[in-house]
Design a protein around this ligand. Structure first.
Ligand code: MG
Length: 378
């Protein structure tokens, strides 16, 4: 494309195209690790983008080669030997979805080699160099091939080794596997999964991004607050994690002030009242119950009401004990209950500088803010 900026760094809806793409992989539960391949001259810039956007699954940024095939080969060499399945994707296809990644990975587990594509809609003719039609191909068997393509790691490595030995250059990864005589399974992808290579593509991409945003529906925010009294001889449970302290919070359930604030924020965001309405403290079934199971039920309620959870931010206010070492486990508990990636959950703690009931060590308070989105029904 014209211009000094490589196309993968051009902005789409205000964010580099590369970031749109990486985010989908970052958020897929099937992806453990990402190897990003960029031109040698872009290594520093790509590294900054990765850390700036919190793309923690990007384990390595490696330099590409002369041809696409050389770049993918460098990427494959940087993949840890412990992995069974490798998914290869063009950074300039930002409309990849979590569902397509799932189809590709599950397909590769079953069939060893997967290409994603869509049936051709236009009639395709073979034309000679004099621009005369030689043949009209039967459209029934023609597909546009996209990425992701997914493979068992040992198979794609072998395919690349053979291509190198034969000096064969292909236009995708699947063809290298086909040359081994191994069948590649085609899986139907999406016509939206376009490759952005021209200014026209970028305009189409802007329109697609806008349409997606509309379809996602408006965001809603919920706010929650809770506090409990600290007493002797109770376990201290915060965010579903037991913290050794000698004192704990008093309450009908396990008195997990963090999860109660989160529950109230979620209930508030979907307009369903408050935690007391759903879980009255007069209910004997709730006595001593783990608040993680209350949160499970609130997550189900949010879903029932047609919303998905986008992100969550929590502030815990306490003088003692130090909470930092436990925050990661709290985030993982919340991530599991709410079915959202840990990257979208933030937990922080602060003291009250000795003031008020928290300052005197009489109790702990927590605040939570959550955003939810109306779910796409199409
Ligand atoms: Mg409470």
């Amino acid at each position: 494309m014209e211009g000094a900026v490589s196309k993968q760094y051009l902005l789409l809806a205000g964010v580099p195209i590369l970031v749109h793409t990486l985010k989908v992989f970052q958020e897929s539960p099937l992806i453990d690790e990402i190897v990003l391949v960029v031109p040698q001259t872009d290594l520093a810039k790509a590294g900054e983008i990765v850390s700036g956007y919190g793309l923690s699954k990007v384990a390595r940024v490696v330099a590409g080669g002369k041809e696409r095939q050389d770049s993918v080969e460098n990427g494959l060499q940087a993949v840890d030997d412990g992995y069974d399945i490798v998914v290869i994707h063009d950074a300039v296809r930002p409309f990849i979805t979590g569902e397509l990644i799932r189809l590709a990975v599950e397909g590769a587990i079953e069939h060893a080699a997967i290409a994603i594509g869509v049936p051709a809609k236009d009639t395709i003719k073979r034309v000679d160099h004099g621009e005369t039609v030689c043949e009209t191909l039967s459209r029934d068997c023609l597909w546009h091939v996209q990425t992701p393509q997914a493979f068992q790691r040992h198979l794609i490595k072998r395919a690349y080794e053979k291509a190198r030995a034969d000096h064969f250059i292909g236009t995708d990864d699947a063809v290298l596997v086909e040359r081994l005589g191994v069948k590649v399974k085609m899986i139907r992808g999406s016509y939206d999964n376009i490759k952005i290579t021209t200014q026209d593509d970028l305009r189409i991409a802007e329109a697609l991004a806008g349409r997606r945003q509309e379809r996602e529906g408006p965001m809603r925010t919920g706010f929650g607050y809770d506090s409990h009294r600290l007493v002797k001889d109770r376990p201290l449970i915060l965010g579903g994690v037991e913290i050794p302290y000698g004192k704990g919070l008093l309450g009908h359930s396990d008195a997990d002030v963090v999860l109660h604030a989160v529950c109230d924020a979620l209930i508030g965001a979907v307009g369903a009242g408050d935690i007391g309405l759903h879980f009255p403290d007069t209910d004997p079934a709730l006595k001593g119950i783990s608040s993680l199971s209350l949160l499970d039920r609130v997550a189900a309620l949010v879903k029932e009401r047609g919303f998905s959870i986008h992100n969550l931010d929590v502030t815990v206010v306490l003088e003692e004990p130090k909470m930092r070492a436990y925050a990661e486990r709290m985030v993982l508990n919340l991530s599991r209950c709410l079915s959202i990636p840990p990257e979208r959950i933030n937990i922080k703690a602060k003291t009250n500088e000795g003031m008020g009931f928290v300052g005197r060590g009489e109790g702990i308070a927590a605040f939570a803010v959550v955003t939810v989105k109306e779910q796409d029904e199409t």
